[in-house]
Design a protein around this ligand. Structure first.
Ligand SMILES: Nc1ncnc2c1ncn2[C@@H]1O[C@H](COP(=O)(O)OP(=O)(O)O)[C@@H](O)[C@H]1O
Ligand SMILES: [Mg+2]
Length: 245
């Protein structure tokens, strides 16, 4: 076996951002999409990333999901410095530690629910799961045991999002990153998806939900609010300030 740079260190926060910056150059202008952001996320949190459109939420999500690299600043996940990880380590982190859920589900059309859920197992199946059994287990967990062979166009929006959540779960992630996961759903269906996130969180998965919806944000145990690429408030700090009074 080849040595890996990945070490699971105990005591470190699950995610640590230190002065994280992301700049985009648009001709002669520089957009500060993330403008020096620092916070930690602990294992088992159910946390929302909030802010108006353009405040940097998706940019942050891309950093936390190691889909894009910061311009500067530090990002540690599971105690590992992202900047020091090689491509294989980053791919393993994306495929096995992280699960992704998007606003528009991003399912393959003309492909059954069970095949959609199996897909990430094709990119490396560290646990040696039986792909069919594992995909079915995840679909049952999200309440779709009776819709295995349905294609996305035969499912409601809420059901499609459940398939996408089952797909995010299939590799046994420690963290799920969801970008506006209720944005395309009606109010009641959105609530049901949030309840599912709560259930997954109670099973031990750290849930990070990006939203511009106040109610979704408040459903979570902790809220980080962004404005113009800066961290405007962290409800954890508000509480500790309140307690000190
Ligand atoms: N690829 C990009 N190139 C240039 N500017 C970008 C890019 N992605 C995002 N931005 C800019 O960065 C800022 C933050 O965007 P984003 O993270 O998408 O915000 P949010 O998800 O909160 O709506 C916005 O001003 C946006 O226009
Ligand atoms: Mg966004």
């Amino acid at each position: 076996m080849s040595p890996s740079a990945i070490q699971v260190s105990t005591g470190a926060p699950l995610i640590a951002c230190n002065g994280l910056r992301k700049e985009y150059r648009m001709g002669s202008e520089v957009v500060h999409a993330l403008d020096g952001v620092s916070f930690n996320i602990g294992e088992g949190e159910l946390i929302s990333i909030m802010g108006a459109s353009g405040s940097g939420k998706s940019t942050l999500m891309n950093m936390l999901g190691v889909l894009d690299t910061p311009t500067s600043g530090g990002l540690h996940i599971e105690g590992n410095d992202i900047a020091k990880m090689n491509r294989d380590d980053l791919a393993r982190l994306r495929n096995h530690t992280l699960g992704f859920v998007f606003q528009n589900f991003n399912l393959l059309p003309r492909t059954s629910a069970v095949e959609n859920v199996k897909l990430p197992l094709m990119y490396g199946n560290l646990h040696g799961f039986n792909a069919d059994e594992r995909a079915k287990e995840c679909l049952e967990l999200v309440g779709l045991g009776d819709r295995m062979d349905h294609h996305p166009n035969q499912l409601s929006g809420g059901q499609q999002q459940r398939v996408a959540i089952a797909r995010a779960l299939v590799n046994g992630p420690r963290i799920i990153l969801a970008d506006e996961p209720t944005g395309a759903l009606d109010y009641k269906t959105g609530k049901e998806i949030l309840q599912l996130f709560r259930k997954l969180n109670e099973s031990g998965i750290t849930m990070i939900i990006v939203t511009h919806d106040q109610e979704v944000g408040e459903f979570c145990d902790r809220q980080l609010v962004f404005r113009d690429g800066k961290l405007l408030s962290d409800s954890n700090n508000l509480q500790s300030m309140g307690a000190a009074e």
